[in-house]
Design a protein around this ligand. Sequence first.
Ligand SMILES: [Zn+2]
Length: 223
Amino acid sequence: MFFRLVFNFKRTDLCHYCETSLKLKNELSEMKKAEYLDEEKENNIIEKIKCIDYHYEIALRQKEIYNAYRTNPEMLTEDQILIDIDYKQKIYYGKISPRQITSEFYSYGSCSCLGFGIYYVDSRFNNTTKQIERFVNCYNINILCDDTSQTAADFINAFRHLRNLDLFKKIEKKKYIIFTDTAKQFRCAEVCHYLLVELYKENIQVSFNFFGEYHGKVIEKFC
Ligand SMILES: [Zn+2]
């Protein structure tokens, strides 16, 4: 007897721009199959597809640049560090038990984990070539924020805390290349002011970059 197992592959984090592009391409294909001639409508759809696909090109370019900085020691100069920032998860802590009284349920604490991936150029002696070679090294530092609301103020406080850590001071340079996603807590005036004005007063130059909207550092497309 044979059984056929069917797994439902469900995606819930698709980019709505790319999905719209997919629908328009299908619509265009149906129009061509039906030999439905409406040149104006067809051109209109083609223009929309071009605009939407440009967003994907930008997302792809951002990812390529980010990966080049992370992996190629020729991209990062001696006075630069790359900082990749992302909220990792919300954490709830407290008494975990299958039987809880009401007060225990409401006594849960919560915090957010903000991850900093810090890439910098390091050097080491290569025993084979007998030469010193440059390579990109990385520290991953997670900072717990005492709240799950993930506000711009939390982000700025965490960044200030990061800059005070001895580990960060050891590898810090005068130029930061920062990458974040387009979440509202990063893409706001308070964060821009901190990174581009306050840090500038400390002679830190910041290049502030966003990954493509709805794509992040992982680029997927199902069109
Ligand atoms: Zn997209």
